[in-house]
Design a protein around this ligand. Structure first.
Ligand code: MN
Length: 703
């Protein structure tokens, strides 16, 4: 039975004594934490983390990975917190353990098989440190080796997850040995009958083939020796699951597959690979179309080898792979092979750096091969994802760009959902729509009928889809509002010349359109509403038509302002009018109608140009919050600003801005920008503030 002492001894082949000491400390800590817990098999729980660490030791992983392996179930299965681990072993170990726990808690079992690839990506996206994945794979390996102890249902679930998620991840990371074991064990657990039948068939065939295999192998060995090539020749057999897949997916018969004889030749140098190739091509005739040079053009996961197929005696096909020791190691261990080469630094960032280096290595191989870089994207994106993967409430995965928010999510689900969203739940809790999403979260959008996108969303959405959908809606909204405002402005100007807009006849409309040179009434009204055409001028087109020129005193029916939120109406910052103030409107190109206080001297110049001025008034039902500037002079008193703010907000007025101008030790001036509903509201606020002892003077500021 494996013990910590046996493991320590093995570790001494590649780790330093202080590092081994740390691994031992993690072991004893975990042993105590899991004290009294048993595995399903009846063994003490600690045997599991110990075996996981052993799996990692076989890959020669660093001591921090081994420590994380010892502790990997501590957060999940005992009461110990991440914080406690951090205090005991440092932040890096705590992060690793936490990362593995998160993957463990993760519910991978959703019905849709087509989502398996998304799950793989999601798992990788959730792991900040690539070692989290490697520890998790080692954990899964031990679980697969001890599946027998589990109930059939759980056994199948874990096997399915392994085949769909973890074997492909191992494959992506080039960890072939691991993948093969995952696949064969997964196959056994999922389809025990098929697997054992296939195995029996394989054993029969193996017996029949034995003689021929030995014959070919020695022929190859002799030929290589004659050419003075130092090489190891290994007879290969396809693993069970790959035979099964070939039969199922490629519709080949068992005999067809087993009719092939496969060998691997491992040599020292790259050059030797090609020399060995020449030698065996001399021995048996090669099938030209089957030759592949994966040394010059490596596979996506960094796999390198020469592949060739020969025709042997009696016409039997012989598959041969030729590669160096290093390539062989890479083909078996993939990314883990990179942990074999010790580096002097011990930083936690080192692991990610090595993963990056691995990817960089692949990239360089690919560049040297002068091939498209596309293949590498696959691996690179998986290891350093720019995307986040989140769940819908029904367990579907949605891929979003990094930094995406619930609004991006809503639009990714459907444009209508985005347009109508008002709030969201992340992992069951209400959260702001602007909150950045993380991989693995479950996101639920709350919609309301009639809700509309908020222009502010444009400040935080990251996906192109959300951005363009929001813009589209806002543009439409603006379009409608412009037409509506234009209609109100024109009908007011028309009423000055005693014409009722609503009873314009076709002939009058024609005069308006031709005189303005626009094709439709909507376009004309939109132009007016946006301020690019003056209502006064348009109205004059008909005024000349009417015999009775209008002059003298106007009986105004002013344009009514009924809300603070109309897009095409804005309120001048210079005088900040609020309901109750006498006002005047000024048409500004592109901005629509800008409302000033009647007394504002910024519009003095315009007063003599009636065509640019619109008589406006507040509708009695006006709604919304209007900003107003207030100036307060105060004597020094501790906490006066807080008192002031409380008084103001108690009356339901929002403080938008506050700044303090200290005059001297005794006097300060506080400038506030406050949102109020009307003059009465403002008066109440000011009265309330004036009541404070230290307030010397308060006034509405004018510019
Ligand atoms: Mn475990």
């Amino acid at each position: 039975m494996l013990t910590i002492d046996i493991l320590s001894h093995r570790l001494s082949s590649y780790l330093e004594p202080p590092q081994i000491q740390l691994v031992r400390r993690a072991y004893y800590y975990a042993e105590q934490a899991h004290d009294g817990q048993k595995r399903r098999s009846g063994e003490p729980y600690i045997t599991h983390p110990l075996e996981v660490a052993e799996n990692l030791a076989n890959m020669h992983m660093d001591h921090q990975s081994l420590m994380a392996a010892m502790l990997h179930d501590v957060i999940e299965d005992t009461g110990i917190s991440k914080k406690a681990l951090s205090e005991q072993f440092g932040a890096t170990i705590a992060e690793l353990v936490d990362g593995v726990s998160k993957l463990t808690q993760f519910e991978f079992e959703t019905p849709a098989e087509k989502q398996a690839e998304n799950f793989q990506k999601m798992a990788l996206a959730m792991a900040q440190d690539i070692r989290v994945i490697i520890v998790k794979l080692a954990d899964r390996l031990h679980n697969m080796r001890t599946l027998e102890a589990l109930k059939p249902e759980k056994r199948r679930r874990i096997a399915k997850e392994t085949l769909e998620i973890y074997a492909p991840i191992a494959h992506r990371l080039g960890m072939n040995d691991l993948r093969i074991e995952f696949e064969d064990r997964g196959f056994y657990a999922m389809h025990p009958l098929r697997a054992s039948r296939l195995k029996a068939a394989l054993e029969t065939v193996r017996g029949n083939r034995k003689e021929l295999v030995e014959k070919i192998q020695s022929a190859i060995e002799i030929r290589l020796e004659r050419e003075s090539i130092n090489a190891i020749v290994i007879g290969r057999e396809k693993h069970l699951y790959s035979i099964y897949q070939k039969m199922r997916l490629k519709k080949k018969s068992f005999n067809e597959i087993m009719d092939v004889y496969a060998f691997r030749i491992v040599v020292d140098e790259v050059d030797t690979c090609y020399r060995a190739l020449g030698a065996i091509h001399n021995l048996y005739k090669p099938v030209i179309t089957e030759f592949k040079d994966y040394i010059a053009i490596p596979k996506a996961n960094g796999y390198q080898s020469l592949h060739t197929v020969l025709v042997g005696m009696h016409g039997v096909p012989i598959e041969v792979q030729i590669r160096t020791k290093e390539m062989d190691e890479m083909a078996n261990s993939g990314i883990a092979a990179h942990f074999l080469y010790k580096s002097d630094s011990d930083e936690s960032s080192n692991s990610q750096a090595r993963a990056r280096q691995w990817v960089k290595g692949l990239l360089e191989m690919q560049q040297a091969a002068g091939n498209s870089l596309e293949f590498i994207e696959n691996v690179k994106i998986d290891l350093f994802p720019d995307e986040v993967y989140v769940f819908t409430p029904v367990g579907e995965i949605v891929e979003l760009p990094g930094g995406a928010t619930a609004v991006d999510f809503a639009y990714a689900v459907h444009t209508d959902v985005g347009n109508a969203c008002v709030a969201c739940r992340i992992n069951g809790h209400l959260a702001p729509l602007s909150e950045t999403l993380k991989s693995g979260q479950k996101v639920e959008v709350i919609t309301a009928t009639g809700a509309q996108p908020n222009p502010n969303w444009l400040n935080f959405v990251t996906s192109g889809k959300a951005r363009s959908a929001i813009r589209h809606v806002l543009k439409n909204q603006r379009h409608h509002e412009s037409i509506e405002l234009g209609r109100r402005m024109l009908s007011r100007k028309l009423s000055d010349v005693d014409i009722d807009f609503n009873s314009l006849d076709k002939a009058q409309e024609k005069i308006l359109l031709e005189g303005s040179g626009v094709p439709t009434m909507d376009k004309l009204l939109e132009d007016i509403g946006q301020g690019s055409r003056i209502a006064f001028g348009v109205a004059q087109l008909l005024a000349s038509d009417v015999k009775r020129p209008h002059g003298g005193v106007n009986i105004y029916s002013p344009l009514m302002i009924d809300s603070a939120d109309e897009m095409m109406i804005s309120f001048a910052r210079c005088c900040r009018p609020i309901p109750g103030d006498p006002i005047i409107g000024h048409v500004s190109s592109g901005k629509g109608l800008v409302i000033h206080q009647d007394t504002c001297h910024n519009i003095n110049d315009l007063r003599n140009q009636p065509e640019k001025i619109n008589q406006v008034n507040w509708a009695p039902t006006v709604t919304g919050e209007f900003l107003v500037d207030i100036r307060v002079e105060v004597g020094s008193e501790r906490g006066i600003i807080a008192t002031l703010a409380t008084r103001i907000t108690e009356l339901g007025a929002n403080i938008e801005q506050i700044n303090v101008d200290e005059r001297d030790a005794h006097n300060s001036v506080i400038n506030l920008c406050v949102g109020v509903t009307n003059r009465i509201h403002l008066a109440n606020v000011m009265r309330r503030v004036r009541g404070l002892n230290s307030v010397i003077r308060i006034s509405r500021s004018k510019q």
